[in-house]
Design a binder for this molecule. Sequence first.
Ligand SMILES: Nc1nc2c(c(=O)[nH]1)N[C@H]1C(S)=C(S)[C@@H](COP(=O)(O)O)O[C@H]1N2
Ligand SMILES: [Mo]
Length: 611
Amino acid sequence: MEPPPGPHPELPPETSSFSPEDAHAQLPPPAADEGPHAYKSFQSELTHKDDDVIDAEWAGSIPAQYGVAPRVRIGAGKWFNLLWLIPIGFVLLVIGIAVAKGIRGLPGVQAFMTAYPGTSSLPEGAPVGFPAWLGWQHFLNLFFMIFIIRSGWQILADHPRLYWTRHSTPGRNWFRMQKPVPSDPLYTAKQDSITLPSGIGLPGRRHTIGLARWWHLGIDTLWLLNGLVFYVLLFSTGQWLRLVPLHWDVIPNSISVALQYLSLNWPVETGWTNYNSLQLIAYFITVFVAAPLALITGLGMSPALSTKFRWISSIFSIQVARSLHFLVMCWFVFFIVIHVTLVLTTGALRNLNHMYASQDNESWTGFWIFAASMVVVIVGWVAATPLTYRYPRKVQRIGYALIGPAQRLFEHIDSKPGQYTEKDISPYFWHNGKYPESREYADLRDGNFANYHLQISGLVENPVDLDLMQLRALPMHEQITQHFCIQGWSGVAKWGGVSMATILDLVKPAPEAKWVIFYSFAEGSDEGTYYDAQPIEQMHYGLTMLAFDMNDQALSYGHGAPLRLRNEVQLGFKMVKWIKGIEFVEDFSGVGGGQGGYNNDHEFFGYSQSI
Ligand SMILES: Nc1nc2c(c(=O)[nH]1)N[C@H]1C(S)=C(S)[C@@H](COP(=O)(O)O)O[C@H]1N2
Ligand SMILES: [Mo]
């Protein structure tokens, strides 16, 4: 049967003299003589998307856009192009070599270098040599790092700007790989994303963040497990003694080593038993500072965790976490370049034997094992992008198998309002997504949404059709919360509307209702209605609401007028804007493409997005 054409006939007319109290007195509308059959399902408007990635049609046929070379702010309107670091680094290196060579002959310097030859002594009983497990750990670590770093770049390319405050205000970024934000007030974060070549980014192209995140978070899980095993073995075998500076003399010793390297008269390597002090410090930072920091700053970007642990996230905001996460990546890349260079230039065969063959000699054994491992690395590097395009659903499924348990765990975090106050509200709140273009929506908007009605139906005892007056008549819920877009930008706003708990009281979901689908007036990026499925558990949370106000004004067109969802344990794309209907279902496998949301169907996002 067709839906009722206008507002519910038994409800009061939409006149300005109508007071919310009247509406409240008459709610909920009786459902006695019209069962759920009077309500249409929006499911027929959803589209299926093939499980493929066609370049020309990707993400709504988004054209390639390459951004600009990375640059860092050095003044109000001044930016430093990081490509300059290449010639500057070269000049500094040459000067450094000249200075080191010049001062190395000075008697004081010579005395210093005799006192501090470059290596701290290890305690008695420290292990000698490299166990085989270390070789395996090292290989797995470097193998995983390739995918983690490449997919990390891809994620950065989706919002190619970094900030130090939770407000992602245009012009206030400290780093960018994109032109300044244009003045168009409806410019979206999606428009701001940039393309990465396929061999560099994983999977490459533009706005492939859904797939990039499965790689990043999925491989992160393996990398962390590998790291955990590494820590356990390190401490249970005493190998940690070789990786932790135990005496302050590592500082003068590392200065001595730096002088020896720079003056091109390199230290005698004794890596089999004992690293030189500079090496020790670099390894220590990588293993015990950078790696844990990568995890902590990664988790610092989680909406669920940030919203819950306000005492941390009030200082350590998502943008601080994101900026530090980026700097950790810079350390890793810097470390990898220097480390590989020195391994290959300071007795390559012996060094490769240490790590790859657990032996201390100059045979070719280690080299050949290393060469074989490099074949694996290169095949992995080259195959990752084409395989992702060919089997995107598999990438989505495997990624979810790996990181899904953690994502589901954090979804159970029900936070209370009150984390932010009015003064935290962001001066600029990015727009995102595809705006509604239908005649139906345009007519409603022209009529100031007087004819708008929200249909709530499906597996509920009491389906309803509510206009805005009736929604406004329900108990008002307000919250000031932070929005976390999957692309990386964030912003704080005050949302006014109705708590979803109130809606549940009104419609009384049936016990078999497990998922709640929100349908939009707008289409998604490649046609078909935008929608998203949310677990019913989260509809009871203190911060899940339908918002009709933003920052004390009726919701604007761009931000989702007349009604949008807020669910603060989730990333932004799950917060459907321009809502026209809500449907309670048992499961979402038969809805749309069956992945639990428009972006999941079309761009391989996931439905649990607490991280
Ligand atoms: N209907 C619809 N809702 C949507 C989107 C969309 O494309 N269509 N984009 C989502 C994304 S990716 C984000 S980050 C938020 C952005 O909300 P804002 O524009 O108010 O910042 O809306 C979400 N809701
Ligand atoms: Mo988003």
